[in-house]
Design a protein around this ligand. Structure first.
Ligand code: FES
Ligand SMILES: [Fe+2]
Length: 400
């Protein structure tokens, strides 16, 4: 028997390392894959509204290359890049009041792909209604452009979130495409690894006291170096972790963090801002080996610091030597490889949340494979507001 697969029976010599593999069921996002069909049952953020204008932009989402634009009437559009005439890239198109015009022979398409003009054809195209540029439905909410890339007959409502439904005096909603996982200061940043490596990290509370707080520098605040005591639980839309930190002097902190279908990162402020969260992030799978993060937050102070700092520097300002000496989430997760080899992992007690998250995701993918509707897909207007529980809650230990 080949015993190379049984870690306890080998001496650790790397010569005996078995060929690695990853769990494609959980990590693949392309059309036609189980995970990709699951993802395609939800709305995903694809662009920041304020950055979507009269210049077409190339975006890659769930392994598909697309063009996002806004027509002269203010309507956002998301179309397949290859013009349905003879394949010129609509990235080079020109925006007009009614839509986007291809640079090659001037066909004009509206935001739903209808061909409105074929200038070289007799009478502007007598049969132009017979062609349609492939397109996806989009909506705008919270300053983001959202797309639904799944089967049209299954299109759900675009969820709303309680944290953004009420605002204090002077508060505004800020939407960003900011590479939050890298430190929140890298606009448009695309991380070169599978989306699940980032999403799992949110259910990994024990990397916080090490990676972020004691391994090199304190990247958030010093209380994060305290090991939490807590547990994970399944919630209808994902997994929740509640951790208690003893702060000394009878004070304690209850910190609640959630992951929710399909890609939500519901993370209490790592700077320990008290109370319920005021921000949400979406871990958008760009393709199987890249992700990016869109985030929305509610604030009365738009310039406030929200992310990590490394000896006073922002992540994007670090030299290669500083990245090596002060690794953060980006270094840890991208360092796992384009798609981490699950076959080489050794999950332990403190990885319970990782296992729960993977089981949750596998169950949801299976529901879609079996023809059902996954958790988090909303069809009933009465259920459109999603309630979130994450936050930092300080209390007196004696009063517990
Ligand atoms: S290729 Fe687009 S109009 Fe001809
Ligand atoms: Fe982290």
């Amino acid at each position: 028997m080949d015993d190379r697969h049984i870690p306890s029976q080998h001496d650790g010599n790397a010569y005996r390392l078995a060929a690695p593999f990853f769990n494609a069921y959980l990590t693949q996002v392309g059309r036609g894959t189980p995970g990709g069909e699951y993802m395609r049952r939800f709305w995903h953020p694809v662009a920041v509204s304020a950055e979507t204008g009269a210049t077409p932009k190339s975006v890659r989402v769930l392994g598909e290359d697309l063009i996002v634009f806004r027509d002269g009437k203010g309507r956002p559009g998301l179309v397949y890049p290859r013009c349905c005439h003879r394949g010129a890239d609509l990235y080079y198109g020109k925006i007009e009041d009614e839509g986007i015009r291809c640079c090659y022979h001037g066909w004009l398409f509206d935001v739903e792909g209808r061909c409105l003009d074929q200038p070289c054809e007799p009478e502007g195209g007598l049969h132009k209604e017979r062609v349609r540029q492939p397109w996806y439905p989009v909506r705008e909410q919270y300053g983001l452009v959202w797309a639904y890339m799944g089967p049209p007959e299954k299109m759900p409502l675009l969820p709303r979130y309680d944290v953004f439904e009420t605002r204090g005096p002077g508060e505004i909603i800020v939407a960003e495409d900011n590479g939050l996982g890298s430190g929140g200061d890298a606009p448009g940043f695309i991380a070169p690894c599978n989306w699940l490596q980032h999403w799992e990290n949110i259910m990994d509370p024990f990397h916080v006291p090490i990676l972020h707080a004691s391994f090199s520098v304190s990247q958030f605040v010093k209380e994060m170096a305290i090991l939490p005591e807590g547990d994970w639980e399944y919630v209808p839309l994902g997994v929740r972790y509640t951790g208690i930190r003893q702060l000394g002097g009878g004070r304690a902190l209850r910190r609640v963090t959630e992951v929710m279908a399909p890609t939500l990162r519901v993370v209490a402020s790592p700077l320990l801002k008290p109370g319920f969260i005021d921000s949400l992030g979406w871990t958008l799978p760009v393709d199987d080996t890249h992700y990016k993060i869109f985030s929305v937050h509610r604030t009365g102070n738009p310039g406030e610091r929200r992310g990590s700092l490394y000896n006073g520097k922002r992540w994007s300002e670090l030299t290669p030597e500083e990245h090596q000496a002060m690794p953060g989430d980006y270094e840890a997760q991208v360092g796992q490889g384009p798609v981490t080899f699950h076959s080489e992992e050794h999950l332990t007690t403190t990885d319970k949340g990782i296992g729960m998250l993977r089981r949750f995701l596998a169950r949801q993918i299976k529901i879609v494979e079996d023809g059902g509707d996954p958790a988090g897909v909303i069809f009933d207007e009465a259920q459109i507001v999603v309630k979130l529980e994450a936050g930092n809650f300080f209390f007196d230990e004696a009063a517990r």
